[in-house]
Design a binder for this molecule. Structure first.
Ligand code: S3P
Length: 189
């Protein structure tokens, strides 16, 4: 049985600019699943943009809303869910990701310079509160990396189009299954 048949949701993690919101809908489309971006879900629910929540209520309020939205959304099936880059900073979210059944947590990886260049090139770059804090970026990136690396799968995205990243993801999921099969076939001593 393919690993793709065993998993019911894919959760995309990675720093800002990793491609979660670009690759996510394409991946969902290729699987015939739904796509939800946690930031968009928070904005719809609160009637405010992420930047407004940061500015008016502060980051801790945003993190609490984010953790609650993730907890609710991870109950859904046939879903590709894109987390905000800072979601892994919240311990309860990390614990939730570690214990979800039938779920593939997938880290979209790229070097920080590439991530920043991608963010800066986007039309709403000025509204990204974490991007605005350039001094804090490297600190946040380094603090989050070990959490991102806890993912079940890592796919590097540098130099790849979103379509190629989706192809790599599907390939990685199938390869992962092949490795599992080989391991299972090895006689135990
Ligand atoms: C954040 C990343 C953003 C958004 C918020 C905070 C972060 O999401 O959740 O601005 O702390 O890195 P993206 O990773 O989708 O840009």
């Amino acid at each position: 049985m393919s690993l793709l048949l065993k998993i019911r949701r894919i959760i995309l993690t990675g720093f800002m600019g990793a491609g979660k919101s670009t690759v996510g809908p394409l991946l969902a489309q290729s699987l015939g699943w739904d796509f939800v971006d946690v930031d968009t879900a928070i904005e719809t629910r609160s009637g405010k943009t992420v930047a407004e929540i940061f500015a008016e209520q502060g980051e801790p309020v945003f993190r609490a809303l984010e953790a609650e939205s993730i907890r609710e959304l991870t109950g859904r099936e046939s879903l590709v869910l894109a987390l905000g880059g800072g979601a892994v900073e919240t311990e309860s979210t990390r614990n939730l990701l570690a214990r979800l059944d039938c779920t593939c947590v997938l880290f979209l990886d790229a070097p920080l310079e590439i991530l920043i260049a991608r963010c800066v090139a986007q039309p709403l770059a000025a509204e990204r509160p974490v991007l605005a804090d350039r001094e804090g970026l490297l600190r946040r990136f380094n603090a989050r990396l070990p959490y991102y690396r806890d993912a079940h799968l890592t796919v590097t995205t540098a130099g790849l189009s979103p379509q190629l990243v989706v192809a790599r993801i599907i390939e990685a999921l199938n390869r992962h299954h092949a490795m599992e099969t080989v391991t299972e076939d090895v006689p135990t001593r």
